[in-house]
Design a binder for this molecule. Sequence first.
Ligand SMILES: [Fe+2]
Length: 251
Amino acid sequence: MCLFRRKKDNCSLMDIGLTADVHSHILPGVDDGSPDTAESTAILEEMHRLGIRKVIFTPHVSRAMFPNTAADLQARFDAFLPALPESIRKDMTFHLASEYMVDEFFVEAGDRLCWPDGKHILIEMSYYERSPKIKETVFELGMEGLQPVLAHPERYVFYQQAFDRKKGVKELETLVDMGCFLQLNLLSLTGAYGEASLDIVRWLLESDFYRYLGTDVHSRSQLDRFTGFRLSAGQLEKVRQLARNNETLFV
Ligand SMILES: [Fe+2]
C-alpha cells in the first residue's frame, strides 16, 4: 500500500480506491474496444478483482468511424448483460452511456446516452485536430441543461503543444470556465501515452482541473498497466478525490 508520508511510491488501482468507472469500451463489437463477449467478461472479472463495482460503458459514437445509434447500443447492452457470469452480474452495476465525437455530425438531442444521473455527457475530439465546434458544443449542451465532460484532455496533441508549465493551457481553461468538466484517463499517469501527456496530466491534476477519473479500458491486457503509478502524496490524494467524485454519479 502507498504510504502518504513518502514523497513518491508505486501505486496500484486498489491504492487509488477506484470503485466506479465512468469511461470504458467494454460493450463488445461496437467500437475499437472489446471485440467479443469472452474479452468483455475477462475485462469485467479483472475489474471486479481490482475492486471496481460500478461501470459505465461508453462506446464511441462518431459518424465517420463508429456510427452507433442509441437504440442499437441499447439493444446490444440488453443482450450482453445476461451473457455475463452470475458472479459478475450479482456483484456489479452497469450503465450504458456513450463517448461522443464533437464534429459537424454531433449527436442529435434525442439520441444521447448520458451517465447515470441523466445529465453528464461524455465528449471527445480527434487527438490531432481541435474541433472548431468544441466551444459552441459545450455552450449548447449547457443551455440544454446537460453537463459536458471532456474525456482525457491530457491526450490531445494540440493541448500538449500549447501547454506552458507556468501558464497551463489557456483554451482548456476557457472550456472549464464555460462549465465543461474534465475527465482524467488513469493510464496517462503511468506515462503510457508519453512524456508530453504525463507533463500536462500532472499539471492539470495538481491545479485541480479534473472532476472525474476513468480507465478508458479497451482490452483485458490494458488492465495490467494499472500498476506502478508514481504519484506524490498530494497527487495521490487528488486522484482519490476524483475516484470519490465518480461514486456520487451513481447515487
Ligand atoms: Fe474512450
